[in-house]
Design a protein around this ligand. Structure first.
Ligand SMILES: Cc1ncc(COP(=O)(O)O)c(C=O)c1O
Length: 341
């Protein structure tokens, strides 16, 4: 208990602007669990935490990070925020929504991304960015980080003093949103519903870092299993640990980390579909009516299913919780890639 209070008290010291509907629901996936039991003899008690329902413009995991980042922008007097990513970035869409809700201007530096199809540059998230009133600047050939830097430099030259939201909202401050989320687990689940492991996708790493650091701060035995969707495990783990150290430097109470990073669901790389991802999207949709996205939650879910079906990793546990991080608009640009091969 003192550890819970210590984490809560630290997080209270940071300005936070409410943006989402929290706590998000957590519930069992009974039809999926019984399918796994019937087909693979897996007896897991399977749960899902619904950050895809976090309440701001189709929801997703960035809302928690933006509660801290936007409060920082406002407290420093900025009227314009800038961020960037690919045309299908969920992070930029949620940043645009947060800015709209708070009456701030939002500028997005976008690049064409990895799937160079007509759908990719014209459907899904990018439609919503425009609808949400963001000013879009397109920089073909640049990376997400370069897009953010260039857009920020242009805005500074224009005298607009932008607040920079890092790629994926993943700096130490943004990641505090997921340290706070660690407290929510005990608020929404009873003692005998707590999972032994939480599975989460790892892209820019703030979600896994914040959760692992938050759980460590309260001395929780729950393990965070970060499923890589962007880089290989060694790079991802180094990134997560770097963010955790930066959170500690900001004053987040330390504790023993329980973190495992796995890259067996990554396939050939970021955004490149895998057959396991396609199968995971169908299984979640057809057993539970839950939509996963092709880039993040779908691959992480596929990685979870692989382990649950084997007698290794998550397959050795009684209770597992999948943390759904959203990304639903990303389904639409993949319409031609989602047919099973
Ligand atoms: C839907 C979705 N899930 C997961 C992630 C990965 O979270 P993080 O960047 O904090 O690792 C992202 C990041 O963009 C995302 O959009």
């Amino acid at each position: 208990m003192p550890e819970l209070e210590r984490l809560g008290a630290f997080l209270e010291t940071l300005p936070r602007t409410p943006l989402g509907f929290f706590p998000t629901p957590a519930h069992r996936m009974p039809r999926l669990a019984s399918r796994l039991n019937a087909e693979d003899g897996c007896a897991v008690d399977l749960w899902i935490k619904r950050d895809d329902q976090s309440g701001l413009a189709v929801g997703g995991n960035k809302v928690r990070k933006l509660e801290y980042l936007m409060a920082d922008a406002i407290s420093k007097g900025h009227q314009t925020v800038v961020t960037g990513g690919g045309f299908q970035s969920n992070s930029v869409r949620q940043s645009a929504a947060a800015a709209a809700k708070l009456g701030l201007k939002c500028v997005l530096g976008l690049h064409e991304g990895y799937l160079r199809t007509e759908e990719f540059s014209s459907s899904g998230n990018v439609i919503l960015d425009e609808l949400l009133g963001a000013e879009i600047r397109v920089y073909p050939g640049l990376s997400s980080v370069e897009c953010i830097e260039l857009a920020a430099a242009e805005l500074t030259n224009e005298g607009r003093d932008p607040y920079v939201i890092p790629m994926g909202g993943s700096n130490a401050l943004g990641s505090m949103g997921y340290a706070l989320a660690a407290l929510e687990i005990g608020q929404t689940l009873s003692e005998d519903e707590l999972p032994q492991a939480i599975v989460v996708p790892a892209g820019s790493n703030g979600t896994a870092a914040g959760l692992a650091a938050g759980l460590a701060a309260i001395g929780s035995p729950i393990q965070v299993v970060a499923m890589c969707v962007d880089d290989m495990a060694a790079v991802t783990e180094a990134g997560i640990r770097r963010l955790i150290s930066e959170q500690w430097e900001l004053g987040l109470p330390r504790g023993e980390l329980r973190l495992r990073v796995a890259d067996h669901a990554l396939g050939q790389g970021y955004g490149i579909p895998t057959d396991d991802m396609r199968a995971a999207l169908r299984l979640a949709a057809r057993t539970e009516g839950i939509l996963l996205d092709p880039v993040y939650s779908g691959k992480a879910f596929a990685g979870m299913l692989t382990e649950l079906r084997s007698a290794e990793g998550l397959g050795t546990l009684q209770r597992v919780l999948f943390w759904h991080t959203g990304g639903i608009p990303g389904i639409f640009p993949y319409r031609n890639e989602l047919t099973e091969h």
